[in-house]
Design a protein around this ligand. Structure first.
Ligand SMILES: Cc1cc2nc3c(=O)[nH]c(=O)nc-3n(C[C@H](O)[C@H](O)[C@H](O)COP(=O)(O)O)c2cc1C
Length: 376
């Protein structure tokens, strides 16, 4: 592959990578963006991002060390931040106590599900409430001089000046134009416009209508497209709609270096686009992933899921028990609609290089008159 491809955009200049393809940060329970996957994407000429939403600051530092042993290329870390440090909020234990006293019917419902699915009773391990250790997570990322801090959820206003002081760029995620304008106002360097077909937490607007609207609204801030991009055709389409690159999640679930649990990979490999549904069952915010009986149980219950971050604390006993019992079918398997077309596990470099080669082929085909066979 040539060093300076026609795919080179301003994103490559900003981030110091060869191709405008970012590995989307994928954190949460299954932590699929391993240090190995991040390094593999950066080594292939893209920009790897570690999903660290559920990683504590000590673990973030460890991962940064591991990534740096595997690559000397730039990479990023993705976390969630509250609107201000003062809002960093209650501990896991305090949240458990609050749920027990304010939502006894919800607690009883989860206990009934545990019994219904024949799961063992386990003492849930305290987790990391989204945003609750954001100050220390940000400190770890900035002290380690990680080149990019991606903010998945929340308000990065207080983070931007701290990051810029040490030369770290900030990327913010948006699922709507008002959201993107808030990110711009916060001063982020790059905005990801993420369509609702994406895996993980997502908004209500699909990538095709969302992307050009965000590009126009926040210009000249560079916009990266996310949601449904899994090959070179998708990458070129995103560039045609005004994006400077793609933030690719689901396609890299197939990478051999990804931490996707084998049972989740089986679901993805056997799934169709319609199997990847939205639900608030696990976190309280709409998140797209493989359909399962836990989501169905919440949908048919009169009790609505609790808001974020309460729902993930409420569900932890069930999730921990399911993991302990090896029942991965009961654990959220976040993946986007495009996961319905992903069938083959391969090294990340192969996935990456195929995406680049396809995109260059599409550009070649369209730089000639539209005659003859235009299939790619
Ligand atoms: C398994 C999985 C976990 C995810 N976890 C996070 C996360 O922790 N933080 C985040 O910003 N986005 C997360 N996302 C969303 C991705 O960053 C990205 O926006 C999305 O995957 C893009 O759409 P696509 O899946 O169609 O490629 C996750 C997505 C998946 C599939």
């Amino acid at each position: 592959m040539s060093k300076r491809s026609r795919l080179h955009t301003v994103l490559c200049e900003l981030l110091g990578c060869e191709y405008p393809i970012m590995l989307a940060g994928m954190g949460g329970t299954t932590r699929v963006t391993t240090p190995e996957l991040v390094a593999a994407v950066s080594n292939a000429g893209g920009f790897g991002v570690l999903g660290a939403i559920s990683r504590d600051p000590e673990n973030i530092r460890q991962c940064v060390g591991q990534i740096r042993q595997l690559t000397d290329r730039p990479f990023g870390i993705d976390i969630a931040v509250p609107a201000s440090l003062a809002e960093s909020g209650p501990t896991w234990e305090a949240t458990e106590r609050r749920i027990a006293s304010e939502y006894p019917r919800h607690v009883a419902f989860v206990q009934e599900l545990i019994v219904k699915f024949g799961l063992p009773t386990v003492q849930p391990k305290p987790g990391l409430i989204f945003g609750s250790r954001a100050g220390d997570q940000v400190k770890a990322v900035l002290e380690e001089r990680v080149p990019l801090l991606a903010v998945a959820l929340g308000d990065p206003t207080w983070v931007v000046p701290l990051a810029h002081e040490v030369g770290t760029r900030v990327l913010g995620m948006a699922g709507s134009v008002p959201n993107a304008l808030r990110q711009k106002q916060a001063g982020v360097d790059i905005i990801v416009a993420q369509g609702s077909e994406a895996g993980g937490h997502t908004g209500r607007i699909s990538t095709f209508p969302l992307l050009p609207a965000v590009v126009d609204a926040v210009a000249p801030t560079p916009v990266v497209a996310a949601g449904g991009i899994a090959d070179g055709r998708g990458l070129v389409a995103a560039l045609a709609l005004g994006a400077v690159g793609a933030w690719v999640g689901s396609a890299f679930l197939a990478a051999e270096e990804s931490g996707v649990p084998p049972a989740h990979w089986e679901q993805i490999a056997g799934g169709t686009a319609e199997d990847f549904t939205l639900s608030r069952a696990y976190t309280g915010k709409p998140s797209r992933g493989y359909r399962n009986v836990v989501k169905e149980a919440w949908e048919s219950s009169a009790l609505g899921p609790l808001p974020m971050p309460l729902q993930s604390v409420l569900m932890k006993p069930l999730v921990d028990a399911a993991i302990e019992a090896g029942r991965w079918d009961l654990v959220l398997n976040p993946a986007g609609q495009v996961a319905g077309s992903i069938k083959e596990r391969r090294p990340a470099r192969q996935i990456f290089e195929q995406m680049v080669a396809e995109a260059e082929k599409v550009l070649d085909a369209h730089s000639h008159p539209l005659t003859g066979d235009q299939r790619h």
